[in-house]
Design a protein around this ligand. Structure first.
Ligand SMILES: CC(C)(COP(=O)(O)OP(=O)(O)OC[C@H]1O[C@@H](n2cnc3c(N)ncnc32)[C@H](O)[C@@H]1OP(=O)(O)O)[C@@H](O)C(=O)NCCC(=O)NCCS
Length: 203
C-alpha cells in the first residue's frame, strides 16, 4: 500500500466525479445544499477571503448557495470537496483539485474555518487532494499557489513535498491584485514520500 488516503468511490473519469476521500480524521465529500448554513458561517471571514481568488466578503448564505449551485452545474473543471471531521460530521472547510490548463495542469486548493486552524487538518486534506490527483490521473506534476504573505499555506505545501516554482500575481476579489508564489510537486517526489511513509508505518 503506498498511500493512506482511502478513495471510497473510485472514478476513472476524474473530471466527472468527486470520489469521497477518507483520511485519518477527515471525510472529504462533494458539497451539498445542507452545507449552506455552515459554509456561510465558517466562510464569512475576511482573513480567509483575502487568501483566495474567488471568495467574496462578506460571505452570505446566497454566496454559499451560488457556490454549491456552480458545483452542481459542473462549473468547476475538477473536484470540489467539503472537508468534514469524520467523528462529528462537522464541515470545517473546502478543498479542490481543479484543471488549470493555462497554468500547466492540476492545481489543489483549500481553506478552513478559523476555529479549525492549527490542528493539522489542512495538511491532512492537502495530502488527500494530492493523492487523488496522482492516483486518478497520469499527471506528472500537481500545482498549488499561495499568497506571499501566507506562511501557513506555504508550510502545508512544503510538507507535501511541493517546491517553489516562482512568483506570479493573482486577482483576489477581496484583496485586489496581489503577489503569489507558485509551487509544484513532481510525481517522483510524491512516490518517494509515500514509500517513506509506508516504510515508517511498517516499522
Ligand atoms: C492555510 C490554512 C489552510 C492552514 O490550515 P491549518 O489546518 O491551520 O494548517 P496545518 O495545521 O495543517 O499546518 C499549518 C502549518 O503552518 C504552520 N504555520 C502556521 N502559521 C504560521 C506562520 N505564521 N508562520 C510560519 N508557519 C506557520 C503551522 O505551524 C503548521 O506547521 P507544522 O505542522 O509544521 O507546525 C488555513 O490557515 C486557512 O484556511 N487560511 C485561510 C485560507 C488560505 O490561506 N487558504 C490557502 C490558500 S493558498
Amino acid at each position: 500500500m503506498i498511500a493512506q488516503t482511502n478513495i471510497v468511490s473510485n472514478s476513472s473519469a476524474f473530471d466527472l466525479e468527486t470520489p469521497v476521500l477518507e483520511t485519518k480524521r477527515l471525510m472529504m465529500r462533494p458539497p451539498h445544499r445542507a452545507d449552506i448554513e455552515d459554509l456561510a458561517i465558517i466562510g464569512n471571514d475576511r482573513q480567509i477571503a483575502e487568501m483566495t481568488s474567488r471568495m467574496p466578503h462578506p460571505y452570505t448564505q446566497d454566496d454559499a448557495l451560488a457556490f454549491i449551485e456552480g458545483f452542481e452545474n459542473g462549473q468547476n473543471e475538477g473536484c470540489i470537496y467539503a472537508i468534514t471531521v469524520t467523528e462529528t460530521g462537522r464541515l470545517i472547510g473546502m478543498g479542490s483539485v481543479e484543471n488549470r490548463a493555462r497554468f500547466g495542469g492540476l492545481e489543489i486548493g483549500y481553506w478552513l474555518g478559523q476555529a479549525f486552524w492549527g490542528k493539522g487538518y489542512a495538511t491532512e486534506a492537502a495530502s488527500a487532494l494530492v493523492d487523488l490527483a496522482f492516483r486518478v490521473t497520469e499527471t506528472d506534476v500537481v500545482l498549488a499557489a499561495c499568497r506571499t504573505n501566507n506562511p501557513a499555506s506555504r508550510k502545508v505545501l512544503q510538507k507535501q513535498g511541493f517546491e517553489f516554482l516562482g512568483l506570479d500575481e493573482m486577482d483576489s476579489r477581496v484583496a485586489g491584485r496581489v503577489p503569489i508564489e507558485r509551487h509544484s510537486l513532481e510525481r517522483e517526489i510524491w512516490l518517494a514520500k509515500k514509500a517513506e511513509e509506508s516504510q515508517r508505518a511498517s516499522q
